[in-house]
Write a protein that binds this ligand. Structure first.
Ligand code: SF4
Length: 77
């Protein structure tokens, strides 16, 4: 199913953890990789997700149209 989904670009993310602090139900920091990943599209109110997008210091988070599968949330390949 395609929908508006939030993505983290791991090639841009610097692991600041701002997103995982702002919307912890949506973003989680992968300690091993040192980058954030999307763990759920529905884990926080949309306003919290929007705030995380706006607060990312390197603009690594973006909205896309795509698959809502959380496992595909780490990277827009
Ligand atoms: S706020 Fe941006 S740079 Fe920081 S962990 Fe999240 S995606 Fe990465």
């Amino acid at each position: 199913m395609t929908a508006r989904v939030v993505r983290v670009d791991p090639s841009v993310c610097v692991g600041s953890a701002t997103c995982s602090s702002t919307a912890p139900g949506v973003f989680a920091l992968d300690q091993e990789a040192g980058v954030a990943r999307v763990i759920s599209q529905d884990g926080a109110p949309i306003t919290d997700i929007e705030e995380a997008v706006s607060l990312c210091p390197v603009e690594a988070i973006a909205w896309e149209t795509g698959d809502r599968d959380p496992s595909s949330g780490a990277s827009p390949a």
